[in-house]
Design a protein around this ligand. Structure first.
Ligand code: ZN
Ligand code: ZN
Length: 177
């Protein structure tokens, strides 16, 4: 028979670790961005660990992190395979040919399970690259929340022309209180 827990908490020994009543409750933006950061810890591309969460009406619809397609060798097993491309402004980009980006994996997960993500928002630990941004526009994402800027100057024109909203949720500001 299971041992009875003390203090009314379901987790033995956890009661004393519970937040005091005065601790500030997480707001929705901080909550979903924290989830995105947690998800990024599943990422396997050694170029960077990114997490994404698709949300509508404060419910999580789908999640994703960057890495190789299912069943294929991950970068942390077989190393990244880097390719270079030149942006129209002349800057040279390096990307990993193995990995699917986190936001595309979140969209793929929704598609796989038949979850509509039209009119939803996305939380990503870094701002999207121009390729992902084009897809986010077409699946009907309304607002992109990001923590760290990533080549953000490359997406300025597309943001302006598409009307999709980009909002920074800087977790360092939240952590400072
Ligand atoms: Zn990689
Ligand atoms: Zn991308």
């Amino acid at each position: 028979m299971a041992e009875e827990t003390k203090g009314g908490c379901c987790c033995p020994g956890e009661a004393e670790k519970m937040a005091p009543a005065t601790e500030k409750r997480l707001g929705w933006n901080e909550y979903f961005m924290s989830v995105a950061h947690l998800i990024s810890r599943r990422a396997t591309c050694t170029r960077g660990h990114i997490g994404a969460v698709i949300v509508r009406e404060n419910s999580i619809l789908s999640t994703g992190y960057n890495g190789a397609p299912s069943g294929l060798p991950h970068c942390n097993d077989s190393n990244c395979r880097i390719y270079r491309s030149i942006h129209p402004d002349g800057t040279v980009e390096e990307n990993c040919v193995n990995a699917i980006h986190a936001e595309i994996n979140a969209i793929a997960q929704a598609a796989k399970h038949g979850v509509s993500i039209k009119d939803s928002d996305i939380y990503i630990t870094a701002s999207p690259c121009i390729h992902c941004l084009k897809v986010l526009i077409n699946v009907g994402i309304k607002t992109i929340y990001y923590d760290k800027p990533y080549k953000i100057e490359h997406i300025a024109d597309l943001l302006r022309l598409s009307g999709i909203k980009l909002v920074q949720i800087n977790m360092q500001d939240y952590q400072k209180g």
